[in-house]
Every structure is written in C-alpha cells, then in structure tokens.
Design a protein around this ligand. Sequence first.
Ligand code: SF4
Ligand code: SF4
Ligand code: SF4
Length: 349
Amino acid sequence: MRTYWKLDTHGDPLGAARDFMGEVWEQANLAGMLLPLDGTNPSSSGEKRPLFTQDKAALDSANPFTPLMTINAARLVPKLLTEYKGEKVGAVLRPCEHRALVEMVKHDNFDLDSLVTLSFDCLGTFPDVEYDWRAKRKGSSSQLAQATMQFARQGGIAAYRYRSACQMCAMPVAQGADINVAVIGLPIRQHVLVHTRNGLTEKLDLAGITAGPAPAELVEQYERMAAKLIERRHSTRERVSHTLRDNIPEDVDNLITLLEECGDCQTCMDACPICAVDYPQKDTSGRLQRNDVMRWLVSCAGCGMCEQACENHLPLAAIFTTIREQLDEATHYTPGESLYEELPVFEVE
Ligand code: SF4
Ligand code: SF4
Ligand code: SF4
C-alpha cells in the first residue's frame, strides 16, 4: 500500500514546494535540477521555459504550479543525462511530462538510473496568449500562479479556458515519479501530501523533511477529489470526441492522409517528445509509415504540445487522443504507466 507523508506549508504552499525541491536536491546529492520557472525572479531574466541549473538560487523562481507549458520538458532529459554522465541529476516534471519520459525510454532505450524525478499534481495550463492576458490582468505571472493554487481544492481554475489537452487530461495527478506531491482537493495553505516510488527515494529522509505519515482522512480526501477530477476529465474527453467526431480522422489511415495534406509541415512532430527520440519515417512514396505512426501514438502522453505548435490550429489533442484510445483498446497498453510494460509490437501489413 502507498505511504503518504504530510508536508506542512505554513500558509505558503509555493515556498514550501521550493523548500521541498531544495531538500530533495540536497539529500539526493544532485549535480543540478531541471526546474519549471515562472519568470518572476530577476535572475532568471523572465524565463518561463524549464531550465536545468546547478545553481540552487534558481529555486527562488521555480514554480511547479505555473499554469503555462511552453515545451514538454521530458524532451530535455536525454541530453541532460548524456552531459552529466556519472553524476546524479533531478527533474521536476508535470504528470504528462513524466508519462512522456517513460515512453521515450522505451523508444530510445536510455536508462534513468542517474535521474531523480519529482512531480506535482497539475492544476492545468492556459494557451500562451490566454496566459499572458490573465497574468497581465492579475498583475504578474506570479500572482496568476498564486490564484491558480487557490483553486487546488477544486482541481484548478477556469478549466474551460485551459488548453484543450488539459481539459481532457485524464491523469493530471502525480503518481509515477520517484517523488510525487499531491495537492488536488487539499487545503494547500496548511498541507500537501508526498508519496514516493521505491528505489533511491527510500534513502531520502522523508520523515525529516515532512511532518510524518499523513492521517488517513487527509489521504481519503485527496483520493476522493482526485478520482472526481479524473472522472470529470473523462467526461470532457468523451464530449469533445463526440462533438468533433464528424470532423476528425477516425483511424490511423485517415490520420496519415490528414498529415499528408499538410505538405512539408511536420511541426506537430517536431514539438512532440516521443518523436524527439523516434521520428516517424516516410516510405519511398513519401507516405508516413503506418507502423511508425502507430508506435508514435500508442505512446502519446496527451501533453498537447503538438496542438499548441500547429499553425493550422487543428484539434490535434482530440485527434491523437482518439487514435491512441483505439490503439490502447487493441493492445491493452497504457502509455506512461510503467517503465516495465513493453511497447506493443505492430506487424508490418
Ligand atoms: S496535459 Fe495534464 S499534466 Fe499536462 S499540463 Fe495539462 S493538465 Fe497538466
Ligand atoms: S502526440 Fe502530441 S499530445 Fe501526444 S505526446 Fe506528442 S506532443 Fe504530446
Ligand atoms: S503541425 Fe498541424 S499543419 Fe503541421 S503537419 Fe502537424 S497537423 Fe499538419
């Protein structure tokens, strides 16, 4: 059974999250950490993209609750592991980024032994333009992140304005990383919950960092609210798929035809973390290879970076989710769930 630890936040959940990331950094003896930034700290020059840093001062501008996702940070991990070979490094990833990382490992066969992953429940992210507008209205990106955190109990703010991938994200809860921080449904100004995977994290002194094992009622509250949120997201996903069903490709072959109609544009693939390690190839006639497309989309982490990048504004999150669900059904494979579940093999037709 999973053990949850209670982390007191003393009225400042972001401060507590930063201190916690710092403790993990210290205790795991990391050479550096890949951090989500909110662009509020002058030393980060307004940077909002995730950044790998060896400077612990950067934790002052790290914000795992920023409602903005500029890239899928999992894309940065393979290069990081090569550059810091022989050292231990950390990465703070959203749930969809962690799912992507798990799938990337299976496509590219790199090992994660020297990586410590830390994930926070995700309260959702806005499209870039909406984010800038909201941050301006609130006064700053930091205030927007603070406002988002106030809605942790409900699982996020203004969900209907989120990126469509987030509206349909059926797994916004942190659960597969080495260390996971639960916030959904919790009174985060008082406390959040921490839980871990086995392995290196057993060596972390969680009893020392946290306020000890969490009371059963807090865990029950969290699990109940997280389950409700997941159910809501499933309904949204079904509603969106139903609304679009006449206008989106209903199978892999139709999807390949749609992508072919895009000509030379492959921006969605360029933005995708799975394609970053296993790019779908074309056959001699220039048509995307069916097996490559299936191998790509069976691993789709649902992050929506493809849709965010598409200049034609195609509803790619819904399209790829629909195709992935078909592939899941046929193969009984759930992307991002386990490092040990092998990728399905697709026969050449
Ligand atoms: S897709 Fe899910 S995990 Fe990723 S940013 Fe959106 S809500 Fe968060
Ligand atoms: S296909 Fe799109 S949603 Fe799926 S992992 Fe790639 S970028 Fe993310
Ligand atoms: S980014 Fe959009 S326009 Fe470009 S190939 Fe992908 S779906 Fe087509």
